[in-house]
Design a protein. Structure first.
Lengths: 593, 79
């Protein structure tokens, strides 16, 4: 919804939140349902209501627990049946500088100041540890905004008795904790308040009148950032850019003006604008965001432009380059299909409002940020929060490579008439085993991103994945697939729950990029083997239809299960009896356990 | 703006904030008369009215306004 995309109108959102919510709920999309507990150190009512809107806009329907006014600490540290019953998926602790209990006094010695710092930090750390132990879920914690006054003026930043100095150190300690705890995330209100304007952010009117520590008009900025962290935890970040060329990546039109006359490079002010923008885009590639071109151009001209001596981005940096005279919406769909990436995961970057309008009309699920003033391009993309980083997994860094390898596989496939011969030629090797700590982040990511090859569409947070892995009654399997073109990383996940001699499959997912490679059979073989070891004799599989998972409707049938039941909604139950003469189904993948 | 014009504009603000197109406010309308008008929504209403008329209420005004009539008095005086 345009009203909830950057740059949004804060006052409008606050005023119209009731009707915006109705409109979002009327949308027939499929929502992920999540439970979010907000533990507040000040009033949180509007923070919750606006957060709800941004989450709905991301396809997440949240139910909320909200602590009583300023009871964040009590809620975390003492027995709390209501919160226990609520069973949160995510806990958001909304505290601000108003919740710092003790600051250094002017007369305190250095060791006294350090002791105060330590005690403020420990109070929070104890709370995080207790919450994690108790609820085993992701925790989002605000760091601290600065107060709107400085007793020592600029010296407040450097003197150990200054509040600015104290908060800076406390924030660093929070950051260190976040670095070593994977399910803990900082919501950086120190940055957000600076960006919004500290005096307006901390406007004391709202504190004294309503005990809002963050001024009400600033709340949409805060809630948007929290929503971004949550959607990223749930694996709903964007994956790539689809970029226009002329007047987007460089100034001028390469077909008309000629390569030599394009505006780019360090020599002119305007050229610098495009150079810096290209650098910004290239940084995304390094963190695993895939880049594509969608341009109305002769392909030769497009390539020539990208080979311009001052062009930071080179043709090799892109996965798909569509430079032709077809409607951009067609090109966009083709790119999405070729990469096997949903259109809703790609961001369309084009300076031309007419082109953006066509994409909006043909592919309403695509984000089309308003790229209007070239020197604000970076700001618009950046503040939109498309690629909120949660944890870097090794897979992220090599993602662009993986898409390139896939393109090579497709070419190879074309050269074989017999599909089996093609599979053989790939020299595939898989690693299949119970969940291990190095893959937890990736496994959680997959459970939230997979929509098509997903039998039950059950979502897990990383904390839940870790919990399941430890539970003796669960069989967990991850599958990692490599072939002669490269490593696909973890591509399949199966979770089953043992009940004496039977196993119920809670989750079976696979990344669509390894479809038709026999990987599902390799997973089945390993699952059967695990079951045999535990004396399990029958496996029950469940298929729950959604708008997106029609492709696996008969999956269990293909695996040799028998259909036990089907209800009017199309939910099916399948049964597989393990016999002593079970024959392995996978023929092409060498499996390493 | 005349008193009547202010009322017309206020109706629009109330309708938007409470998402109810049937609301019409008068001098004697109070929070009792509108179902969703609680202390938490009051702040949103105040902010929306301030934005609509380009004014700022001070703290004592926000706490002491007893009905819409007093609100209109302040708007008339401030504009």
């Amino acid at each position: 919804m345009r009203e909830l995309e950057y740059p949004f109108d804060n006052d409008y959102i606050l005023k119209k939140k009731k009707s915006l919510k109705k409109e979002l709920l009327a949308n027939e999309r499929q929502f992920i349902e999540k439970k979010i507990a907000i533990l507040g150190g000040s009033t949180t009512n509007d923070i919750k209501l606006v957060l709800e809107l941004f989450l709905l806009n991301y396809g997440i329907k949240a139910s909320f627990y909200e602590s009583e006014y300023n009871k964040y600490y009590e809620d975390a540290m003492f027995e709390n049946l209501e919160l226990e019953e609520f069973h949160p998926d995510i806990i958001f602790i909304h505290t601000t500088n108003r919740n710092i209990i003790r600051y250094p006094e002017i007369t305190d010695s250095e060791s006294e100041v350090n002791a105060i710092l330590e005690s403020e930090y420990e109070r929070f750390k104890e709370m995080w540890e207790r919450l994690f132990e108790k609820y085993h879920c992701s925790i989002i914690q605000n760091n601290f905004d600065f107060p709107t006054y400085r007793l020592f003026g600029n010296k407040d930043a450097t003197d150990i008795h200054g509040k600015i100095n104290f908060i800076t150190k406390l924030n660093l300690k929070f950051a260190e904790y976040a670095e070593t705890n994977q399910n803990f995330f900082i919501n950086d209100i120190n940055y957000q308040s600076a960006q919004y304007g500290l005096d307006k952010w901390g406007d004391p009117f709202y504190w004294y009148m309503y005990k809002y520590a963050v001024a009400v008009p600033a709340i949409p900025n805060l809630s948007f950032q929290v929503a971004n962290i949550i959607k990223a935890i749930l694996g709903k970040n964007k994956k790539g850019f689809v970029l226009d060329l002329d007047n987007t990546l460089w100034g001028g039109i390469v077909g008309d003006d000629g390569v030599d006359n394009l505006t780019i490079g360090e020599e002119t002010s305007e050229g610098q604008v495009y150079t810096d923008f290209q650098k910004y885009i290239l940084e995304h590639k390094k963190m695993g965001i895939i880049l594509n071109v969608n341009s109305k151009n002769e392909e030769s001209n497009a390539i020539a432009g990208l080979r311009h001596i001052d062009s930071i981005l080179r043709p090799e940096d892109f996965i798909a380059i569509k430079a032709n005279w077809n409607p951009k919406s067609n090109n966009f769909k083709e790119i999405s299909q070729e990469l096997n990436v949903g259109a809703d995961s790609l961001v369309f970057v084009d300076d031309n409002p007419a082109e953006r309008a066509i994409i909006n009309q043909e592919l309403p699920e695509v984000s089309t940020p308003n790229m209007e003033v070239p020197y604000r391009y970076i700001e618009v993309l950046d503040h939109s929060g498309f690629f909120e980083v949660i944890n870097f997994s090794k897979d992220d860094f090599s993602k662009a490579e993986m898409y390139k390898e896939n393109a090579k596989r497709r070419q190879l496939q074309k050269s074989f008439t017999n599909y089996d011969d093609y599979l053989k030629s790939l020299n595939m090797e898989a690693e299949i085993g119970g969940f291990t700590s190095i893959y937890m982040a990736r496994i959680a990511q997959l459970t939230n991103k997979s929509n098509q090859f997903n039998l039950t569409t059950k979502r897990y947070t990383q904390a839940e994945i870790e919990e399941t892995a430890q539970d003796q009654l669960h069989i967990t399997l991850y599958g990692k697939l490599e072939d002669k073109f490269g490593d696909n990383g973890v591509v399949s996940v199966v979770i089953g729950k043992q009940n004496k001699n039977r196993l119920d499959i809670d989750l079976w997912i696979m990344s669509c990029r390894v479809l038709k490679r026999d990987m599902e059979y390799a997973m089945m073989d390993s699952l059967v083997e695990q079951c045999k070891k535990r004396g399990i004799e029958e496996i029950y599989g469940y298929y729950y239809p959604t708008a997106k998972n029609g492709m696996v409707k008969d999956f269990y049938g293909l695996q040799g299960f028998e259909k036990v039941s089907e209800d009017p909604e199309g939910n099916t139950v399948w049964k597989f009896e393990i016999t002593d003469d079970y024959k392995k189904k996978n023929k092409f993948i060498k499996v390493e356990e | 703006m005349t008193r009547e014009e202010i009322y017309k504009a206020l109706d629009e603000v109330f309708e938007e904030v409470f998402d109810d197109e049937s609301i019409h406010v008068t001098d004697t309308t109070t929070a009792e008369d509108i179902e969703d008008w609680d202390s938490l929504e009051h702040i949103n209403l105040v902010v929306a009215i301030e934005n609509r008329f380009g004014i700022k209420f001070n703290m004592s005004e926000v706490t002491s306004m007893k009905n819409v009539g007093e609100m209109v008095d302040i708007i008339l005086e401030r504009q």
